[in-house]
Design a protein around this ligand. Structure first.
Ligand SMILES: Cc1cc2nc3c(=O)[nH]c(=O)nc-3n(C[C@H](O)[C@H](O)[C@H](O)COP(=O)(O)OP(=O)(O)OC[C@H]3O[C@@H](n4cnc5c(N)ncnc54)[C@H](O)[C@@H]3O)c2cc1C
Length: 483
């Protein structure tokens, strides 16, 4: 019998397992897939593993701290890659904007390409975004799940913090009020997609993502993001964590209001603590003995592909914007269809991960935003539009698709998600309060550690979710031991 079972070996599950094992608990991780990583997965070609999920790591100190909890240094396990130029944004009118690793270089580049006013507006927008981050991060990201009661009875200080996080206007309105250049507006609006939300409806609070990526910087991992997953598995194993792959959990076992373990096809696994890294919606609707309703408001999904193409001069990340970027949110969230004229995102692992195994060719990761899998999706059409844009831009030549995944493919691989990339969307001021907290409200011993629980999606937040779930479990254990 393990002290705790973790359902899923995604980033949140690995982080929870490491924190709990570092606290001295015996941990067993049961993973449905044959390998760890979850959305941070891979596809292998010619013996080379290519990432099929995340490509930009922000807030690397969060990862460093997970390794440090196990007494290890991230520098001994992985190498961060600083890509500079970092992002290139291309627009149909021929405009091109380059973002760099250092914020001052980015502001200079925006001044050079979009003019002095745009440069000044970006600088002041980033100050505004940094102020949101500083007010929001301690409680909404690093702290326990926010509650309405804290807000109502938190006093003047809480009210001051809330006014700084700008929750009563939308991302789009806040951007439009501060930025005049259409190109810069599109670049900033796109941060809504970093948690899969609709920039027209999301509160302005996620505007802080611009500060996190442009101000604090994005990183790659040499060899690919999956190296980070390997390092987490190695760290967990070093602490005695046991992994069972190809082991989907079918049910959470309960008795007298508390968890007693889980059941998989291999039998019953007894434990007094269960940490769910699987999507909270999957737990609610399929694993609990008494199913509950899951949120309807999902973050967006996407069509993703890996291509092989002739090597080209490029930067680590390129975004090809459409003529009307706001229309993309209307297509995905209002009409429930893939964008008529999609934004195409391209990541070049040759630069982002310094992975360059082929002589004349290189692999590219491509992504197009899409609605969740409960809407119609014509893969041929989306693929044709994405490839035509990349060819027209000279970004690919003689390209061949090695692998692709539709929203339905994501939904099948990650049960309960409907293919949503980041759990629930942040499409209203109350989103942070409706996200599942890390401790189940009714069942003793059940915790949530994933991008679908507090504090939300994206790699650093999923890792923090694991830490918060482990912290809640440890607090409860100490409480019951002293009772
Ligand atoms: C295409 C794509 C691009 C992305 N880009 C970025 C990016 O650039 N930067 C960034 O920070 N984030 C990005 N993300 C988001 C990031 O990958 C996720 O937020 C994060 O990896 C989610 O981790 P998680 O802890 O929620 O676990 P998940 O990755 O959701 O893994 C959950 C695990 O639980 C397992 N599981 C589910 N049900 C069961 C069951 N019943 N029994 C056993 N196991 C089960 C699954 O198999 C899976 O391994 C991207 C995601 C995708 C898909």
């Amino acid at each position: 019998m393990a002290d705790a079972i973790v359902i899923g070996a995604g980033l949140g599950g690995l982080s929870a397992a490491i924190h709990l094992a570092a606290d001295g608990h015996r941990i067993e991780v049961l993973e449905a897939a044959p390998e760890a990583g979850g959305k941070a997965g891979t596809f292998e070609i010619d013996g080379v593993r290519l990432d099929t999920g995340p490509s930009v790591l922000t807030l690397p100190t969060v990862l460093d701290e997970v390794f440090a909890r196990a007494g290890r240094r991230s520098g001994d396990l992985i190498d961060y890659v600083v890509f500079d130029p970092a992002f290139r944004y291309r627009f149909p009118d021929g405009a091109e904007v380059t973002l760099h690793h250092r914020v001052d270089d980015t502001i200079d580049a925006v001044r050079d390409t979009l003019g002095a006013r745009a440069g000044d507006e970006l600088a002041s927008f980033l100050d505004y975004a940094a102020a949101i981050w500083e007010a929001a991060a301690p409680s909404f990201v690093y702290g326990d799940a926010p509650r309405w009661t804290t807000l109502l009875f938190g006093g003047l200080e809480t009210l001051r913090a809330v006014s700084k996080i700008d929750p009563l206007t939308t991302m789009q309105r806040a951007i439009d009020a501060r930025v005049h250049d259409e190109h810069l507006r599109a670049i900033l609006l796109r941060y809504a997609t970093y948690n899969g939300s609709d920039a027209r409806r999301a509160p302005a609070t996620p505007n802080c993502i611009a500060h996190v990526e442009i101000g604090l910087g994005g990183y790659g991992v040499r060899g690919g993001i999956h190296r980070l997953v390997d390092a987490l598995v190695d760290t967990a194993t070093g602490l005695g964590v046991r992994f069972a792959f190809d082991t989907p959990v079918e049910r959470i076992l309960t008795a007298q209001g508390a968890v007693r373990g889980v059941a998989s096809a291999r039998g019953e696994h007894r434990a007094d603590l269960v940490v769910a890294n699987a999507d909270a919606a999957h737990v609610f609707t399929s694993l609990l003995p008494r199913p509950r309703r899951a949120t309807e408001d999902r973050s967006m999904s996407g069509w993703t592909a890996l291509l092989s193409t002739k090597k080209r001069e490029r930067v680590a990340h390129t975004v090809f914007f459409p003529r009307d970027y706001v229309q993309e949110f209307a297509d995905v969230f209002d009409a429930g269809r893939p964008p008529e004229e999609p934004t195409v995102y391209v990541c070049a692992p040759r630069l982002s991960a310094e992975l360059d195994p082929w002589k004349d060719r290189e692999a590219l990761f491509v992504m197009v935003n899409a609605p969740t899998a409960d809407h119609a999706f014509d893969e041929d059409e989306v693929r044709a539009k994405a490839m035509a844009r990349l060819e027209a831009e000279g970004a690919i030549e003689g390209a061949e698709i090695l692998w692709s995944r539709t929203p339905q493919g994501l939904a099948d691989r990650f049960p309960g998600t409907l293919g949503a990339l980041y759990g629930a969307a942040s499409n209203g001021p109350s989103a942070a309060f409706s996200r599942p907290p890390n401790r189940d409200k009714t069942l003793r011993g059940l915790y949530y550690a994933s991008g679908s629980a507090h504090p939300g999606g994206g790699m650093p937040l999923a890792l923090l979710s694991g830490r918060a779930a482990a912290r809640a479990a440890q607090e409860d254990l100490l409480c019951s031991a002293s009772a």
